[in-house]
Design a protein around this ligand. Sequence first.
Ligand SMILES: *[C@@H]1O[C@H](CO)[C@@H](O)[C@H](O)[C@H]1NC(C)=O
Ligand SMILES: *[C@@H]1O[C@H](CO)[C@@H](O)[C@H](O)[C@H]1NC(C)=O
Ligand SMILES: *[C@@H]1O[C@H](CO)[C@@H](O)[C@H](O)[C@H]1NC(C)=O
Ligand SMILES: *[C@@H]1O[C@H](CO)[C@@H](O)[C@H](O)[C@H]1NC(C)=O
Ligand SMILES: *[C@@H]1O[C@H](CO)[C@@H](O)[C@H](O)[C@H]1NC(C)=O
Ligand SMILES: *[C@@H]1O[C@H](CO)[C@@H](O)[C@H](O)[C@H]1NC(C)=O
Ligand SMILES: *[C@@H]1O[C@H](CO)[C@@H](O)[C@H](O)[C@H]1NC(C)=O
Ligand SMILES: *[C@@H]1O[C@H](CO)[C@@H](O)[C@H](O)[C@H]1NC(C)=O
Length: 408
Amino acid sequence: MMECSWKVLVLLVFTSLGIQYTAIKSLRTTMMSSCTNPMAENRCGHLKDNITRALCEDANTQQSRKHILIFATARSGSSFLGQLFNQNPDVFYLFEPLYLVQYTLANRHPAIDRRSLLGAYRDLLQNLYDCDFYLLENYIKPTPKDHVALSFFRHGASNALCSPPVCEQLERLEENICSKKCQRINLTLASTACRSYKYMAIKTIRIPEIDHLRTLAEDPRLNLKIIHLVRDPRAVLASRISTFVDQYRLYQIWNSSGKMPHNIDLNLIKNMCIDYSKSVETAFSRPSWLKGRYMLIRYEDLARDPVKKANEIYNFVGLEWKDNLTAWIEENTNASVPSNVNKYTTNRNSSETVENWRLHLHFNIVQAVQDICNKTLSQFGYLLVDSIHQLKNLSQTLIEPRVFLPFI
Ligand SMILES: *[C@@H]1O[C@H](CO)[C@@H](O)[C@H](O)[C@H]1NC(C)=O
Ligand SMILES: *[C@@H]1O[C@H](CO)[C@@H](O)[C@H](O)[C@H]1NC(C)=O
Ligand SMILES: *[C@@H]1O[C@H](CO)[C@@H](O)[C@H](O)[C@H]1NC(C)=O
Ligand SMILES: *[C@@H]1O[C@H](CO)[C@@H](O)[C@H](O)[C@H]1NC(C)=O
Ligand SMILES: *[C@@H]1O[C@H](CO)[C@@H](O)[C@H](O)[C@H]1NC(C)=O
Ligand SMILES: *[C@@H]1O[C@H](CO)[C@@H](O)[C@H](O)[C@H]1NC(C)=O
Ligand SMILES: *[C@@H]1O[C@H](CO)[C@@H](O)[C@H](O)[C@H]1NC(C)=O
Ligand SMILES: *[C@@H]1O[C@H](CO)[C@@H](O)[C@H](O)[C@H]1NC(C)=O
């Protein structure tokens, strides 16, 4: 009954609105039975009051909708993992909505503390999983008028937002085509569309630790499934150095000279590894709030055998496999085109590039990361190197075979 406490709150609101007692009573019966019998069909049909029935139906759809969170870090392959959901027409997918929160709040309150930021992240996720886009409007610039946004961060990366009824029918679902053709997003419509999907998936790289997801994981309405994506921190660093040129400028210098600049910020590495370690330590301790909700994926395993791993992920979240997904994966993990054109594309020869960082990172940096992250590396089965020869000899893999079973 604890699980239904939010519904009791709804009932209280209804009471205070003075809605007739019989309606409340039947609503209570319906909702309470939906808590014990989630598969029951047409639980709301007998409700006479239109508003009451609409609310009842909405509560029930949300309860049967599955909510997925891709919990990742920057440059760990999360765009690719996100695509595995985005390509599925049953999934309403959102690409990093928390970017807008961070960007807006950091501009408005430069000294904003981590706790407030995390609270804002959590509130937005909660709203979005409810298919409620109005809180998001606070973070969109220019401020939407009549709930119509003139685009927002990477909305073109969401096939659902690039399809009818939110957007016209496009010839091809491609981010740049969509961003051009569907510049205006009617968020009321997006919200309605969202409610018709059986699954909602959100990818974010802005939640540092899994503990910050506890409130969401404990919300029984969400039935949240967390896919925790990790990648060898040495590979992540190599990728960040060449992607985030300004922030990692001193690392670039370190990489080309082999000498560590004295004013370098090693926290950029340290924090990633601390967050990785804390999260798996929490997850591997199997707390009840993660039961049935947690799966760890190493990017390297996904890249080496994407169809197999994607199948495991689909099984875990209870999504039905689509045959054209196999074709999409093959096309997008097996291209001869190098990925330099657009660093965010997922179009690359993934089995070949997965350990390529070893050719692009100075041995001194590798050693420094190994010192800082030794615990983290061993937790995930990433092997250390102790010589340049070993680092550069790609026929010896640094990825130890490991099986991480989902926590079910
Ligand atoms: C409730 O909905 C029905 C059909 O959708 C409509 O005929 C009826 O007028 C509505 N009642 C109220 C009070 O709005
Ligand atoms: C947005 O869509 C809703 C639902 O279809 C519609 O009622 C509303 O008029 C639209 N808003 C604008 C500004 O077009
Ligand atoms: C896969 O097929 C479904 C229909 O079965 C279609 O809606 C979807 O767009 C297709 N996806 C791709 C990537 O071709
Ligand atoms: C990638 O392409 C090669 C050559 O066409 C093929 O042999 C291989 O099976 C493909 N691998 C995947 C994972 O599709
Ligand atoms: C991708 O890389 C693998 C491993 O090096 C290679 O066998 C395959 O031929 C490559 N595929 C393409 C299309 O370049
Ligand atoms: C590091 O430096 C080497 C040699 O100058 C270069 O080939 C490589 O691309 C650099 N790596 C990164 C991540 O920038
Ligand atoms: C990591 O390095 C520290 C300091 O050198 C050492 O005390 C610790 O035992 C190492 N941990 C692992 C797991 O190797
Ligand atoms: C690379 O490692 C493989 C496997 O251990 C070994 O057989 C090979 O000789 C090494 N290559 C070089 C250039 O050291």
